[in-house]
Each structure stands twice: as C-alpha cells, then as structure tokens.
Design a binder for this molecule. Structure first.
Ligand code: ADP
Ligand code: 5GP
Length: 218
C-alpha cells in the first residue's frame, strides 16, 4: 500500500469511528448529607454546560431557596406512591424518613438528546442505577471528618436540629458503603476537590469504550 493509500485508509477508519457515535452515560453523585454533593452538581453544570441534571421527585418539604422543577419536583406522598405504582421511577428510596425518586423520563430524555445526565441520589439509589446503567460513573463525596460534616450541616442553616441529628446518624451508614463506588473524593479544600471531580468527569467522557464500534465495512 502506498503512503497516500495508507493515509486515506487511516482517515476513513477514523471517520467511521467518529460518525458511528458515542454512548452517553449517567454520572451518579452520592455521599452523606452536607458532604457537598449539590455544590459539586452546580460546579459540574457550570463547567460542563452539556450536562443535564436529573431532577428528582421528593415528598420532603421545599427549602426556602429551592425551586419547584429545578431542584426537585415536590410531591404529596399519595401522588408519589401513585407514580411508584405507575412505574414512573427508575429508582426510588426512603431517605431520612422522606421519599425520593429518579423519574425514568429524566434519564431517558437526556440520553435520547445525546447528553450525559447527572444524578444526586443516595447509596440505595446508586446501587439501583448501577444495575440499569452499568457503564455509568459512580462518585462518592466524603467529608473531611464527621465533625466537619456537622459544622457544614449547621452552617447551611436549612435543617432543624432533629433533621440534622437524623442526617448525621445516616452519614456513618452511607460512608461505610463508599467502597462500592468508582471514585471517592474527600471534600476538604473546595478548589482542590472541585478540580478532582472535574478531572474525573473529563477523563470519563474520553473513555474509548464509549465509542460505538463501527459496522464492518463502514
Ligand atoms: P449536600 O448536597 O451533600 O447535602 P451541600 O453542597 O449543600 O451538601 O454542602 C453543605 C454545606 O457545606 C453548604 O453550606 C456548602 O456551601 C458547604 N460546603 C461545601 N463544600 C465545602 C468545602 N469544601 N468547604 C467548606 N464548606 C463547604
Ligand atoms: P436533600 O433532602 O438533602 O436534598 O437530600 C437527601 C438525600 O436524598 C441525599 O442523599 C440525596 O442524594 C438523596 N436523594 C435526592 N434525590 C434522590 C433520588 O431521586 N433518589 C434517591 N435514592 N435518593 C435521592
């Protein structure tokens, strides 16, 4: 094969790979309440504008700064239960005494629109999502210590004393499952932790296994 033939063969192989496509994926962020999950969600959405956030449904009351349909879909328990019955959730779980769930439509629509989709869900949800989306990226956010976690929960000023206590009790149980995830990032100094989370997502978007294998002869 001449050099020019070989160059054109290489280029048509590359073209076939590039046109065959790419499998978009889910990114799951879990970690105890107060670890910094929603802070990383905002940072990732800022750095990766193509990402879509999966808005969960919940039975818990709306916090003052939260926006219906952007932070959560706030549902009455009966409505939530009816949607479970109708199979609207990809996963749902009881967390800190309230119901939370990922609507199938949130993930399906994002993937169909060829966008990666970001989920902030608990460890039970993470397990369930991995069973459906095995090629997803599963990231656990750890606090520097339980004492700092408590400080952050209090500093956030969004939860009652009773809710803070419940969240701290659950934190130990959730942290014990961090090893099930693909990545674990300690959220100590914000800038350093944000750089790590960004690097993980950037590397994962470059994973060659996400390229769809071209058809023979394409
Ligand atoms: P989660 O979504 O996991 O419950 P948040 O993102 O709401 O956690 O963070 C809890 C609180 O801690 C918020 O007030 C947030 O601004 C603060 N926070 C997050 N990351 C850091 C950090 N690296 N250093 C100090 N405070 C932080
Ligand atoms: P918060 O009430 O602080 O917003 O969230 C409490 C916990 O519920 C967090 O651990 C969060 O990740 C989790 N959570 C939020 N949405 C969902 C969801 O759709 N499914 C599951 N399983 N957990 C969720």
């Amino acid at each position: 094969m001449s050099e020019s033939e070989s160059r054109s063969k290489t280029s048509s192989d590359a073209d076939a790979i590039l046109t065959a496509g790419y499998r978009h994926f889910v990114i799951v962020i879990s970690g105890p309440s107060g670890a910094g999950k929603s802070s990383f969600v905002h940072e990732l959405l800022r750095l990766h504008p193509d990402l879509v956030y999966s808005v969960s449904a919940t039975s818990r009351p709306r916090r003052e700064h939260e926006v219906e349909g952007a932070d959560y879909f706030f549902l009455e328990r009966d409505d939530f239960r009816a949607r479970i019955e109708r199979g609207e959730f990809a996963e749902w779980a009881e967390v800190h005494g309230e119901l939370y769930g990922t609507l199938r439509a949130q993930i399906d629509q994002a993937l169909a629109a060829r966008r990666n989709v970001l989920l902030d869900i608990d460890v039970q949800g993470g397990r369930a999502v991995r069973r459906i989306y095995a090629d997803g990226v599963f990231l656990f956010i750890l606090p520097p210590s339980l004492a700092r976690l408590e400080e952050r929960l209090r500093g956030r000023g969004t939860d009652s004393e009773e809710r803070i206590r419940l969240r701290l009790e659950n934190a130990r149980r959730e942290i014990a499952l961090a090893h099930e995830y693909d990545y674990a990032v300690v959220n100590d100094e914000w800038d350093a932790a944000a750089r790590k989370v960004d690097a993980i997502l950037t590397a994962e978007t470059c994973r060659a296994s996400r390229l769809i294998r071209p058809r023979a002869g394409a």
